[in-house]
Design a protein around this ligand. Sequence first.
Ligand code: PGA
Length: 269
Amino acid sequence: MRKKIIAGNWKMNCTLPEAKALVEGILEGINGNAGIPKRGDLEIILAPPFPFLSLCREMVGKNSFIHTSAQNCYSEEKGAFTGEVSAAMIASVGAKYVIIGHSERRNFFRESSAMLMKKVELALKNNLRPIFCIGELVGERKSGKHFNVVRQQLSETVFHLKESDFRRLTIAYEPVWAIGTGLNATPEQAQEMHAFIRQLIGVKFGRKTINNISILYGGSCNAQNAASLFSMPDVDGGLIGGASLKAADFVSIINSAITTANELPGTAV
Ligand code: PGA
């Protein structure tokens, strides 16, 4: 079953008291009076910076549909890599997911496809579910290369996995020109690319896998535009940056996912 997933990528934001207040606000919105109905087809993911992963896991407690994710992991198992954090460490503090291949990692930290693949393999080995990010630069879209770029990003990396491993992935399509810019892809642009990605997955891994992989949209998704993006048939939720730092906005985005999930065939609990 394709799940609706709303993941909040906090990036390098929040101090400890701010992180606590943010999680409290989100939990209040989810579990409070006008709470969010619990559904088997919905997952909420919080991706705080490393120092707050344990705290967030503890605060989330028994909410079985709320999970934590790291924003990155290192490409080696363990050892003399000062400042790095391993997949095993992340798993040991109760996180279920790890974001891999975010464009900020690819661009600022020059992470290559080969390195990303090592990270994905280590994540899977440690029972973490990678949220694997792909997406084109503005120039690539303007010159009409966006489909080729995305195809290559997949074929150079996660398309080398065996099918049973690939199925443990979530894909996030994040056009780089939309990240943090306030300029989101239109629902039609998102749908077009998500359908293309789903088709590539189908050709590579077959129909069963297509029906189990969630493809999230990321890039200036907010409380105002979430419903229209999520109502697209191939958009299974969002990877939310800026808007995940305000509890009310994040909860409103989760609500949009629920409302639109009702309209999708095959997603009722
Ligand atoms: P944004 O970031 O929502 O702030 O554009 C999304 C992301 O980078 O995952």
